[in-house]
Design a protein. Structure first.
Length: 54
């Protein structure tokens, strides 16, 4: 997977997995946009939480 941010292009290496544990860092495609965030499971819901400060 390649993520483009402005003029920069970064590569991302990882193993595809059908599931991830809570607090795992995951790469996801949402509406065609790639993101790398921390997955959080709570109260039956799944959220993607940024793991870097903006």
């Amino acid at each position: 997977m390649a993520i483009t941010a402005g003029h920069q292009r970064a590569g991302l290496l990882g193993d595809p997995a059908p599931a991830a544990d809570s607090c795992a860092v995951v790469a996801a495609l949402i509406d065609g946009a790639a993101t790398v965030d921390r997955l959080k499971r709570e109260d039956g819901r799944i959220r993607l939480m940024p793991h870097t400060s903006a």
